[in-house]
Ligand binder design. Structure first.
Ligand SMILES: [Mn+2]
Length: 640
């Protein structure tokens, strides 16, 4: 049972939208801007980044010299969209300027290489003749790797959005979060930062690209500069916004400020995208069809729950190159092939995650303040069996591992849990028990894990206290990743984690809170309100879809749908006895609304006609056979 927390107790509800926005901390002026995000006004000047001009100049210099440039990406949805944005922009510029530069993208292997710049990869790229590496969505902490790249004669530009360490790499860095950076918005995703560089490159003055003697000062005839004419770069830039929207929503950064503009316009672009890979992926994922079979706009929800998981699945179980290729391919057959493959990988990812979750759910100790899911192969105290004997360090082994997982149920194999889904498993445990959770496995002989947490517990701070057992860790308050020093460190690490959680969470009531925006009456619910709420979109992190509470409702009809009665539809109207509370509101008792819920808990299946309930819901629109009507989407309810 969730604890209900009504955020706003405002009594005057003549303008519900204004009440909602003020409760979210927006002034009247901010609310006005929020309701009408403007592309021109809403984006900050990219040259506010300390190193932007220098980065633009350096990129142009390499393009002009015809040098090989490699975009060094990351394996999640943010990383692959960022890589596609950077690559497409460089390619566009190279074509416009007849540059001879060879352009390439390098996405590290999540399982074999891990996150960030790696010396082996840098060496490999240098040997292939690369002169400039531009990172996207990574490398802010790769001080040593950048120094190494320099010894090989490489230039490096870091573009990233992750927190910096105490020392910064010695190269140009575009990252709103580094010390001393003046850029006014810290919430950009990796793809958002890549987009800012694209904006810098495509809107910068022509000077850097002109050859000596071609400048307007020394030449009476204006040279044919690609930077002149009808906002050519601006148009190209806008068509990149579909990628920005996907990466930004997928990376769970707040959809406020500049991100609100980028995703709002990005979703418009996504709905008319010309990228055939994305079109095919949306077709196989059926993103544009609702439960009633109606066509619908692709929204932030579909991006977050249908598109992003499919792009992420590649890196978790295979290689993220697949996801990247999907974004950039111009070949129809290839697009279909990759889209279907990502779809399949995503189903496998779901099954594997569910299976591990069930196994872990059985094994966890319910009394612990922090839930520990450990691959059973690590728990065996069999003498003389070191981790490296249990597995072998090779990519081939991993491939075999995944192949086996696909052909036999996980429980029947003795193979380690795939490291790529540990965060998802921890997340499921946290969701079910409302406690922090760690999921730990063996990855190519190393003990690695991911953690997820609740508001009340900073899980990365916990790791800091356990640093003596870890060779590597990172993350934020509610999510983390880590590698243990060795097998011997496992037990003491788990013990310490338990102790820290026991202390920090002592006396904390471990029940999830449901934040509700506003309590309203059924008489406040209308098509106009639904219409007005649409202006708050796109919904997501930092800007959740408003949740409403209405108390004292009577169930006038119940439909249990689905094979197991798992879907519920109620017809509701206000309890007559409470009429006196709605002074002045006429015929409140005549107002009827349908409310629906999918995959409901057992308790809700017992609801019967005549029951009185309090309801928390979203205001939605149901379309059926061309008819539109308000439908409430049930978030939670209490039988009173
Ligand atoms: Mn990112």
């Amino acid at each position: 049972m969730k604890r209900w927390n009504v955020l706003n107790s405002q009594k005057d509800k003549t303008d519900i939208i204004a009440v909602l926005l003020s409760a979210r901390g927006l002034s009247a002026d901010q609310a006005k801007a929020f309701l009408a995000p403007d592309y021109e006004e809403g984006l900050h000047n990219p040259f506010l980044f300390r190193d932007m001009q220098a980065a633009v100049d350096l990129i142009n210099k390499h393009l002009q010299a015809g040098n090989k440039i490699v975009v060094y990406g990351d394996y999640d949805a943010d990383g692959v969209t960022a890589a596609a944005i950077m690559y497409k922009t460089l390619n566009f510029l190279a074509n416009k300027t007849s540059s001879k530069s060879e352009l390439a993208v390098y996405i590290p292997d999540r399982i074999g290489e891990g996150y960030g710049l790696k010396k082996s990869a840098i060496k490999h790229l240098a040997d292939e003749g690369t002169k400039l590496i531009i990172t996207v969505d990574n490398a802010t902490r790769n001080v040593d790797e950048v120094a190494y790249a320099k010894t090989l004669g490489l230039d490096i530009i870091i573009t990233d959005h992750h927190e910096a360490g105490d020392v910064l790499p010695d190269c140009l860095i575009i990252n709103p979060k580094i010390n001393g950076e003046q850029y006014p918005f810290l919430g950009l995703a990796g793809c958002g930062v890549a987009f800012k560089v694209a904006q810098g490159l495509l809107t910068s003055p022509p000077a850097p690209l002109l050859k000596k003697g071609e400048g307007s000062h020394s030449c009476s005839v204006t040279p044919p500069s690609p930077f002149q004419g009808e906002g050519w770069g601006e148009v190209f830039l806008k068509w990149l916004l579909d990628l920005v929207a996907i990466g930004t929503i997928a990376d769970l950064v707040p959809l406020l400020d500049e991100n609100r503009v980028l995703t709002k316009y990005g979703l418009v672009v996504l709905n008319k995208t010309t990228r055939i890979g994305l079109k095919k992926l949306m077709a196989v994922a059926q993103t544009n069809v609702d439960r009633n079979g109606n066509n619908r706009e692709v929204d932030a929800w579909q991006v977050g729950f249908q598109i992003a998981p499919r792009l992420n699945a590649a890196g978790r179980l295979d290689h993220a190159n697949n996801a990247y290729e999907l974004l950039v391919t111009e070949d129809d057959a290839e697009a279909v092939k990759i889209a279907e493959q990502l779809n399949k990988t995503n189903v496998e990812r779901q099954n594997i995650t569910q299976e591990i979750f069930e196994q872990a759910d059985n094994d966890i100790n319910n009394n612990d303040q922090i839930l520990l899911a450990v691959w059973p192969g690590l728990n065996c105290h069999c003498e003389g069996h070191s981790v490296s004997e249990v597995t072998k360090q090779s990519r081939e082994f991993h491939d075999k591992e995944i192949a086996t997982l696909r052909s036999a149920p996980l429980a029947m194999t003795e193979l380690p849990w795939p490291s790529g889904v540990m965060g998802l498993v921890a997340g499921k445990l946290t969701e079910k028990y409302y406690r922090p959770a760690l999921a730990i496995t063996n990855k190519n002989g190393e003990i690695v894990g991911s953690g997820r947490s609740i508001e009340e517990f900073d899980i990365t701070a916990m790791l800091e206290e356990c640093a003596e057992f870890l060779s590597n860790f990172g993350g934020h308050k509610q999510a983390c990743g880590f590698t243990l020093k060795n097998r011997e460190a496992l037990e003491p690490f788990l013990d310490k984690a338990k102790k820290i959680a026991a202390v920090k969470l002592a006396g904390v009531e471990l029940t999830p809170t449901l934040d509700i925006d506003l309590e309203i009456n059924f008489s406040d619910v209308s098509e106009e309100l639904h219409q007005a709420l649409q202006k708050l979109k796109p919904f997501g992190v930092g800007n959740p879809q408003p949740k409403f509470l209405t108390k004292n409702l009577t169930v006038v009809n119940v439909w249990n749908m689905g094979s197991d009665g798992q879907h519920l539809k109620l017809k509701l109207h206000p309890v007559k006895s409470s009429q006196s509370e709605f002074n002045g509101v006429k015929s409140e008792d005549k107002i009827l609304f349908d409310a629906v819920a999918f995959s409901v808990i057992d308790e809700w299946k017992k609801i019967k006609v005549g029951d009185d309930i309090d309801l928390v819901y979203y205001i939605d629109m149901n379309e059926w056979n061309g008819n539109r009507s308000i439908q409430l989407k049930i978030i939670d309810l209490k039988i009173t």
